[in-house]
Design a protein. Structure first.
Length: 528
């Protein structure tokens, strides 16, 4: 096939117009195109008076080589081979099946690929299966009853199960893991459009069913998944993993242990450190979550086309005068701000959207960079910093999500009433002064950034805008060290993977790291 790039159409274009545009670029009659497939679709909104869709399309035609020789444009090329390849080259025999700790994206995709190739993995998840987890989380939001082992952070599907379900990543991908992950998602029930849309997402509602279907596939291929099974200890001998302890009582012998534990498994991090598994502190970010009217964001991003396009997103960055980076994170069009706490008397928040992104508000974390140097490079300095802020948020909000209007935040005064923007939350909220939670360097950075962002998006820093605290779980504050060759710890047989291990930053990159982990296991271990 031939790939045609930069095919621009009106946002209301039908299939016939797309084919015509391709034919024109190829200098052909549209009837000469036998078949076509959309590879990429994005919105070009640089000219607010003429917003268009921009496509990359693979077309099937006769005499492809002749057409390629005739067209010298950089936008016309032979469709590249983008096939993902999983090879089993390992020769070492496993005495015990591989064990995967955690069923977030990294754990599920490691398990999927190992199960597909006959390794019969065992997945151990500290939380509940999705169906039960949803009920537990809803009970927490409605009644404030927190389950420490199954919540927004812990449980089947990982923290991303209660998110926007974003499936985009900036990870360089020469092995085509990104494409493979998206294909597996579609096989598990995700909409086919995620294969080509520029910023794909499936929403928390769709993602939940996808996770259930992935579970069924893993089990059908010979894998096993156990819930309410928390890793509580490990046994190492001669720098090699020998066995693990589950729920402080059950011992399981292992040759291969994948640690896909998620960024909030603080107890597990400390247990691993106690057992001398090499770890190191890493940068992360903390801040607040901001809530605007989605109509205002649409107006800024799309102008007169705002009612003809999907809910708009944004991405903002700023370098503060104190040297800190400030940026938007996990932006959720048409979403909800949710209480995502996982520890007693600590409060953390996140953003969530359904597939249709149908709520009236947009929300995003606005976060400030934090470095290990801020804590004298102490291994758990960042973790303790996160937890201290979450404790303050819980106290200041009386156990509820503390919120404040942006205008009052700038003036360092507690808000007393909602104004033009209706708050949209999952979980109870209460007025507070967020400056009582945040350290000075974050307050200063946020204030500067809000002023700057208002120049980029008119109305961004309007006084009625709603802020909520605290956003701490942007990424893991520690990294479980692994080598570059096989993604193994210094403790042989241990494979740190995904966001919690410090090697990913979202659903897609974690899932891709899961595939990479399975590949590296297959380089050493045979499947029978």
């Amino acid at each position: 096939m031939i790939r045609v790039r930069q095919v621009e159409t009106s946002i209301e274009a039908k299939d016939d117009e797309i084919i015509k545009k391709c034919a024109k670029k190829l200098k052909l009659n549209k009837l000469e195109i036998i078949n076509y497939k959309i590879v990429r679709k994005s919105i070009d909104a640089r000219d607010k008076n003429n917003i268009v869709y921009c496509y990359e399309i693979d077309v099937q035609i006769k005499e492809e080589e002749k057409i390629l020789k005739r067209n010298k444009s950089k936008d016309i090329l032979k469709t590249p081979n983008e096939k993902y390849d999983f090879k089993i080259t390992g020769t070492k025999k496993m005495t015990h099946r591989p064990v995967i700790i955690g069923s977030g994206p990294a754990g599920l995709f490691t398990a999927y690929m190992l199960a597909k190739h006959g390794y019969k993995p065992l997945v151990l998840e500290r939380g509940e299966k999705v169906e039960d987890r949803i009920k537990t989380v809803e009970k927490f939001w409605n009644e404030g009853i927190l389950n420490l082992e199954s919540n927004v952070q812990f449980g089947e599907g990982g923290a991303g199960t209660f998110s926007d379900g974003k499936l985009n990543t900036l990870v360089k991908d020469k092995e085509f893991r990104n494409k493979k992950v998206l294909e597996i998602f579609v096989e598990a029930g995700a909409p086919e459009e995620i294969l080509y849309i520029n910023k794909p997402h499936i929403g928390t509602d769709c993602l939940r069913q996808v996770v259930i279907n992935l579970r069924k596939k893993i089990i059908d291929m010979g894998g096993e998944i156990r819930y309410n099974s928390c890793l509580t200890n490990i046994n190492i001998k001669d720098l090699r993993i020998k066995s693990i302890e589950i729920n402080n009582k059950e011992e399981i012998d292992v040759d291969v242990l994948v640690l896909a534990i998620g960024h909030s498994a603080r107890d597990t991090f400390k247990m691993l450190s106690k057992n001398k598994v090499p770890m190191e502190p890493k940068p992360f970010a903390v801040g607040v979550r901001i809530q605007h009217s989605q109509d205002m964001i649409n107006e800024n991003q799309y102008g007169n086309f705002k009612d003809k396009l999907p809910p708009a997103s944004y991405k903002l960055t700023y370098h503060a005068s104190n040297g800190r980076g400030v940026y938007s994170f996990c932006m959720c069009p048409g979403g909800y701000v949710v209480n995502s706490s996982s520890e007693e008397k600590c409060l953390a928040i996140n953003g969530m959207s359904n597939y249709k992104r149908e709520s009236k508000n947009a929300n995003s974390a606005i976060v400030v960079t934090v470095s290990p140097k801020d804590f004298e490079d102490k291994l758990f300095g960042g973790l303790e910093f996160q937890k201290e802020l979450e404790k303050r948020a819980y106290i200041v909000g009386n156990g509820k999500i503390p919120i404040q209007l942006l205008g009052d935040f700038m003036e360092n005064q507690k808000s007393t009433e909602i104004k033009s923007i209706e708050p949209i939350f999952k979980g109870q909220y209460e007025f507070a002064n967020l400056q009582e939670i945040l350290p000075d360097f974050i307050i200063e950075s946020l204030k500067e950034a809000f002023v700057n962002f208002d120049k980029k998006i008119k109305g961004f820093a309007d006084g009625d805008t709603i802020l909520a605290a605290i956003e701490t779980r942007t990424s893991s504050p520690v990294r479980i060290v692994r080598d570059d060759k096989y993604s193994q710890s210094e403790i042989k047989g241990i494979y740190p993977a995904g966001e919690g291990a410090g090697y990913a930053g979202g659903i897609m990159s974690a899932a891709m790291d899961g595939l990479k982990t399975a590949e590296n296991i297959a380089k050493i271990w045979k499947n029978k």
